[in-house]
Ligand binder design. Structure first.
Ligand code: SF4
Ligand code: SF4
Length: 240
């Protein structure tokens, strides 16, 4: 998501969760992070302060658990006050950063008992948001298209990016075979490194005749789950 957002040079207000780490290099994807729920309030305030200058440039990013904890009220305010910003809810089906705790969107209580599960789309719609898209953040093209379309619309928009956390046992995610970089095809462009995915590293000094490359990327197969995102980023077909 942050890799895709960079292309639009927006002001991105972040929140509290794993995604706060995208503040650092190489993603450098957040411009503010204050407290739980502040991403939406900050995006709302900035869109009002910048008016036309901020059109298509203001984004707030918040996780599902943080949204249900303290993002509902500011989103209601955005709808009520005709704000003009895009809010992205990163729905990984759990509270990953602090240890996979349950929340009202998981369908389980903290004691593990089954309970009512909040439907995020229905909730966001009930708050008065008309522009809502649900996407898979591992589909780079779909993610980019959704961001572009929603940033271009008038009024508040919400993208719900749904994909369970890769470490969430109950989601029972079946890992695909790890991907590899073909050293003959890699041109050393470093685009895949920009994803900040832990298995991808850089091996410098591996040059190739007829190419300006100064090194190649390397994927550590022991921690790659084969999600395929880096494959979508590589323009040289070097990852398979
Ligand atoms: S994106 Fe492809 S060509 Fe570029 S460094 Fe990564 S593997 Fe190599
Ligand atoms: S396939 Fe997914 S997990 Fe593996 S290196 Fe590429 S982006 Fe990372």
């Amino acid at each position: 998501m942050f890799y895709a957002l960079r292309k639009y040079k927006a002001y991105v207000h972040g929140d509290i969760g794993c995604y706060t780490l995208s503040y650092m290099k190489p993603l450098e994807g957040l411009h503010s992070c204050i407290c739980m729920g502040a991403s939406i309030g900050m995006a709302h305030g900035m869109s009002k302060a910048l008016k036309e200058k901020g059109k298509g440039k203001v984004v707030g990013v918040i996780g599902d658990s943080t949204f249900l904890h303290s993002g509902i009220t500011p989103l209601l305010d955005m709808a009520y006050n005709h704000s003009d910003a895009l809010i992205v809810i990163l729905d990984n089906s759990t509270t990953a950063m602090t240890g996979m705790q349950e929340h009202p969107g998981t369908g389980y209580t903290l004691k593990g008992e089954e309970t009512t599960k909040v439907n995020l789309k229905v909730l966001v719609s009930a708050l008065g948001i008309d522009n809502i898209k649900i996407i898979d953040p591992l589909d780079l093209q779909e993610t980019r298209s959704a961001i572009k379309e929603e940033l271009a619309k008038d009024g508040p928009s919400v993208i719900i990016a749904q994909r369970p956390c890769a470490l969430f046992k109950r989601a029972n995610i079946k890992s695909k075979p790890a991907l590899k970089v073909d050293p003959d095809k890699c041109e050393g462009c470093k685009m895949c490194l920009g994803l900040n995915c832990p298995p991808i590293s850089w091996k410098k000094g591996i040059t190739k005749e007829g190419s300006k490359r100064k090194g190649i990327s390397f994927i550590d197969g022991s921690i790659c789950n084969g999600c395929g995102l880096c494959q979508q980023v590589c323009k040289f077909g070097a990852i398979s």
